[in-house]
Ligand binder design. Structure first.
Ligand SMILES: Cc1cc2nc3c(=O)[nH]c(=O)nc-3n(C[C@H](O)[C@H](O)[C@H](O)COP(=O)(O)O)c2cc1C
Length: 274
């Protein structure tokens, strides 16, 4: 990832420049971890996450809640702990209205990257978590639901055998080539190429990278690919990729605005050159 060689725009969708730059720098350092050492997260770091979660709501219909003390039952799916997370003392809960999956992914990934920047490990979980436990920990408005959670804490120092099996089955280190997710990107402007390179590093359920970018009349269009997974994970994934793409563009000095698009498209980014 290139260091920005420019004076950064003052904000990325309302995120002040120092935070936006910090999140961009965290992208290559983030990796999902599933085995934690149980050590509590220092209050100051939870406060910093809380401040972002409450102070930055780019979409009214999506939000993130910091769960300071997360019981192990939060990380249990219907098949018990298989594939789940162990030893995480805290969590993030990603909340929104039914049709807000992409907005939830976008907002949540900012929190995940902020946690990475604060030296914490994370793992998005849309499959292996207990919605009942999440509801008990996060007061919800009647139209809201918890789409996913992330484990939050300090990972054990070396990856465990379970983590190696899971990341091999999820092909963490083998991502789809850029040409698959952004056909023709070689002829796009630098900001759009940086956007899709940064989106390629985004986490996604089962590492499917279920998004496709196209460059159309100066805009970047995000389309969802493949079947929808339970709990709307495909559109969550696309929202996560949108946030990464915007960070990548920001690293080239470009900010812009998103507009939602009907399915199977997700959203369109129009750069507003500054
Ligand atoms: C929306 C979403 C849902 C996920 N759900 C799960 C899950 O239920 N269980 C799990 O072990 N990992 C889950 N993951 C983590 C992915 O497997 C992981 O992000 C992917 O393999 C890429 O690896 P990386 O995050 O280390 O880059 C999820 C990731 C995302 C973005």
């Amino acid at each position: 990832m290139r260091e920005p060689s420019f004076s950064p725009p003052p904000a990325l969708n309302g995120l002040p420049a120092p935070i936006a730059l910090e999140l961009l720098a965290a992208v290559p350092r983030r990796a999902s971890r599933r085995s934690f050492n149980g050590e509590p997260v220092p209050e100051g770091r939870l406060d910093a996450l809380e401040q972002l979660a409450t102070g930055w709501r780019p979409w009214a219909e999506a939000r993130c809640s910091v769960v300071r003390e997360a019981p192990q039952s939060l990380f249990m799916g219907i098949v018990g702990t298989y594939g789940g997370v162990a030893g995480a003392p805290s969590a993030l809960a990603f909340v929104g209205t039914d049709d807000a999956a992409a907005a939830v992914g976008y907002t949540g990934e900012a929190l995940v990257l902020r946690a990475t920047a604060l030296g914490l490990s994370t793992c998005w979980l849309a499959g292996v978590f207990s919605p009942q436990a999440a509801r008990r920990l996060t007061p919800l408005a009647s139209e809201e639901r918890v789409f996913a959670v992330s484990a939050l804490g300090f990972a054990v120092e070396s990856t465990t055998a379970k983590e190696r099996v899971l990341s091999a089955s999820a092909r963490s280190s083998r991502r789809r080539p850029l040409e698959d997710i952004a056909p023709g990107h070689g002829s796009w402007p630098a900001w759009a190429r940086a956007a899709v390179e940064t989106a390629r590093l985004a986490p996604s359920a089962m590492n499917r990278l279920p998004w496709r970018f196209s460059y159309l009349d100066g805009d970047l269009v995000v389309t969802a690919e493949g079947a929808e997974l339970p709990r709307a994970a495909t559109r969550l994934d696309c929202g996560i990729a949108m946030f990464h793409a915007e960070l990548g563009a920001y690293g080239e000095g470009v900010t812009g605005t998103w507009r939602w698009r009907p399915k199977p498209e997700v959203a369109v980014f129009t750069p507003g050159y500054v």
